[in-house]
Design a protein around this ligand. Structure first.
Ligand code: URA
Length: 452
């Protein structure tokens, strides 16, 4: 068979009309800039299967080395957003505000944040995923409520948002299918970690989900996708630019993920912590995150003039019980048992709870956040493959966090499990995840920056 270059010279290479993927790869390889119609052609061709994986892989590597400028990144984002369904939320009255997290250990934010902002009058029409990870995604966590389902028809989704302010459904297969295919390819060709590609991947899905405003929670630290703060900031800036260029109000908050968020890691355990937070008894870092993200959502949705006024409203809906009631209404509207919001013993519970004593004494100086996530996975709380079945009841509840003083033998965490063997293995791993110091350890700011 003739080489692609020979076929290209003879004018036989893939392409429609004058455009050829070969030429586009060469252009990018040589440091050129791709035009809007070239990116459209490439995304359409790749999604339909006309452009093969090997050519797209070469393109991604060329992008990896030569980058894309602001316009190219926007064209790629828009082309991927339009590669499938663009969710039509026009049947929902008022401004719709979405939130996205880049993910981390113990990240139960949507469970508390959505009811808080909805109680302030914001419309939350959200698509969420399950995904792979240390725990399930938001949908898995919500399924801790007996009967809860995210498989609701579009009409009911719209009606629920109009009536109670929140609805969450599973991500449809046709949401930004180009991104789905491209992300899978990048994952196996060492081309994931490029800012333009990551930003366009995340934002294409958010834009296709139809909200008027988007608040992004970009996490940084050992349990985050972006380990370094400067990388988290660069990603946040890129996504905010993209959102604005696409005509959506977009704000990004950079928050700490150098230790788990709150104390609970594991699906039903996190649901309980979110309920505690809505009841006014939440961990300080988690509450701070909900108030910060929530303030920007409430301002973006036009329900407060500034962040200070928004925060006051958010604190008010916790104090007067309306945020907790909103969660119960939302759970009930999607088939779940609202009683479990008020009686958390109705949530899935593991058979065993085992305390882990501290091996040392001193101030906790570091918690290997990703290791804590792996412990949850080992207990059965997450998915290693798409086919894995999650145990909603298992996980860990930390008792000490960075800066806390601990005596030898004092409880560092409680493991919740249904299998003694798995618990033993997770406990062994857990023991290596804490470090101690003789001297007091300074607690670093939890919110690192806000990018508007
Ligand atoms: N998450 C995404 O959705 N896309 C990326 O490229 C990286 C993380």
């Amino acid at each position: 068979m003739d080489s692609a270059w020979i076929r290209h010279k003879r004018g036989e290479a893939e392409g429609d009309g004058n455009m050829r993927m070969y030429d586009l790869i060469m252009k990018k390889r040589n440091g050129g800039k791709l035009e809007e119609e070239e990116i459209d052609y490439m995304v359409k061709g790749f999604t339909s299967g006309e452009i093969p994986d090997y050519q797209m892989s070469a393109m991604m590597m060329a992008v990896y080395f030569n980058g894309m400028d602001e316009e190219e990144t926007l064209y790629l984002t828009m082309a991927m957003a339009h590669s499938g369904d663009m969710l039509d939320l026009s049947g929902i009255r008022g401004l719709k505000v979405d939130k996205h997290s880049t993910g981390g250990v113990g990240d139960k934010t949507s469970l508390a944040l959505a009811p808080m902002v909805a109680a302030c009058g914001i419309k939350v029409a959200k698509m969420s995923g399950r995904g792979l990870g240390h725990t399930g995604g938001t949908i898995d966590k919500l399924e801790s409520f007996p009967g809860f389902s995210t498989e609701i028809p579009k009409e009911r989704f719209t009606e629920n948002v109009n009536r109670i302010g929140i609805a969450i459904m599973g991500q449809t297969a046709d949401l930004a299918p180009a991104d789905k295919k491209l992300y899978a390819l990048r994952d196996v060709t060492a081309t994931v970690d490029n800012m333009s590609l990551i930003a366009s991947s995340i934002m294409s899905k958010k834009l296709a989900s139809g909200a008027d405003a988007i608040v992004l929670d970009v996490k940084t630290g050992s349990g985050a996708f972006m380990k370094k703060e400067e990388d988290a900031r660069a990603l946040a800036e890129e996504m905010v630019k993209l959102g604005k260029n696409a005509g959506r109000k977009t704000v990004a908050v950079i928050s700490d993920m150098d230790q788990p968020l709150g104390y609970a890691v594991g699906n039903a355990l996190e649901v309980k912590e979110a309920i505690d937070t809505l009841s006014g008894n939440g961990p300080a870092d988690f509450l701070e995150l909900c108030l910060t993200l929530g303030s920007h959502m409430v301002v973006a949705g036009g329900m407060a003039r500034d962040a200070a006024e928004a925060e006051k409203k958010l604190r008010q809906v916790i104090d007067d019980g309306s945020a907790l009631r909103k969660l119960a209404d939302f759970v009930e509207a999607q088939g779940g048992d609202r009683e479990a919001v008020y009686h958390t013993e109705l949530l899935p519970r593991a058979a065993y709870a085992e305390e882990i004593p501290s091996p040392g004494e001193g101030y906790v100086s570091r918690i290997a956040c990703d290791e804590i996530g792996i412990c949850s996975l080992m207990l059965g709380g997450g998915r290693e493959t798409k086919e894995s079945v999650i145990d909603l009841s298992v996980g860990l509840v930390l008792k000490k966090k960075v800066g806390d003083y601990v005596k030898a033998g004092e409880t560092l965490a409680v493991l919740h499990g249904n299998d003694k063997g798995k618990m033993e293995a997770a406990a062994k791993r857990f023991m290596k995840s804490y470090e101690f110091s003789d001297r007091p350890v300074e607690k670093l700011p939890f919110i690192k920056a806000v990018i508007e």
